[in-house]
Design a protein around this ligand. Sequence first.
Ligand code: SF4
Length: 345
Amino acid sequence: MPSAERTACGELNPSRRRVGPLIYTVSREDVRLLGVGRRMAELTNDFTWSKSRHEKFRECLRAYYYQYYGSWGGWEAPAGSPVRELYVLKKLSSRWQWAGSVVHTALKRMLERARHTGRFQGLDELLARTRERARRDWSVSREKSYWREPSQIAGLIEHEYTEPVPNQEWKRIWDEVIEGSLRAFFTSVAFERIQRTPREKWLSVDELDSWLFEGTKVWVAVDFAFGDADGVIHILDWKTGKQREVDHTQVGIYALYAQQKWGAAPQGVRGGLVYLATAAGDCVTVSADPVALEACKDEMRRSIAAMRERLDDAPRNVARLEQFPQLSAPESCRRCPFRRPCGRM
Ligand code: SF4
């Protein structure tokens, strides 16, 4: 069978799934959007867009303001100042976000090493190193060390707000989400395909990058991308949560990025969503056809316009707190990292 007929998921009919309507969910991407390769002091708060930014915009306008405006400059603000507090809080993750990020980091390191050495680390070795890192993360978070260096030290919302989480729950997070996901990855069809793909065909291993969409910088981090012998670009995204139709929308954004970054043809991108919560790391193929990509672009346009409409000065990206109201239902605030400065304790 010609390789173009198979996707990275090993499926034969890539067009059976399409990119769905753009609905946004929480992702680990937020944590990684700042401080990449540039000194913070040189940054200006320019308007950019990402899927996670829109998720925050839809979740709560006040949280969106804190995340993208109120905390700006917090890396150099004095301890105890409101801007410093918002900056530290915006870096925190829930235990589920943290577990997903541990898995992504472990796979990124393993694949990056394989890219350079040609050798894939074994599962036992990967689990041992990941366990060590996860334990260290958890311990320093419990001590709230992230207040010292929030851009370097992981912090958990549960520790910041002294939420009672039983030991069995932490163990379950390790067993089911972190170790379970890594085991699933090693048995997945996607990993088998990655191992068979010559390294010179690898295009990206979870690299944060940006592209321009109608003048707006858009952030993306593709978990894995490679080109096949027929010039088709395959994009893979690991998911540690349950399957949701909304995951397919991410592929549309990645496909648009692939067209711009690697010059992919309109029909020349295949997406694969690898669900690591399943024992075999089930892979679902997503085809991003031109109609679906146009719908994706429309959604992005609407999203960017809605964000910019809230600004006092859109060209200079100036926002005012009063334009970003709190949620009307306080019960939705229980997991928010900003609940203390927001007065919703
Ligand atoms: S505490 Fe509630 S209202 Fe305040 S930022 Fe968080 S989610 Fe929004």
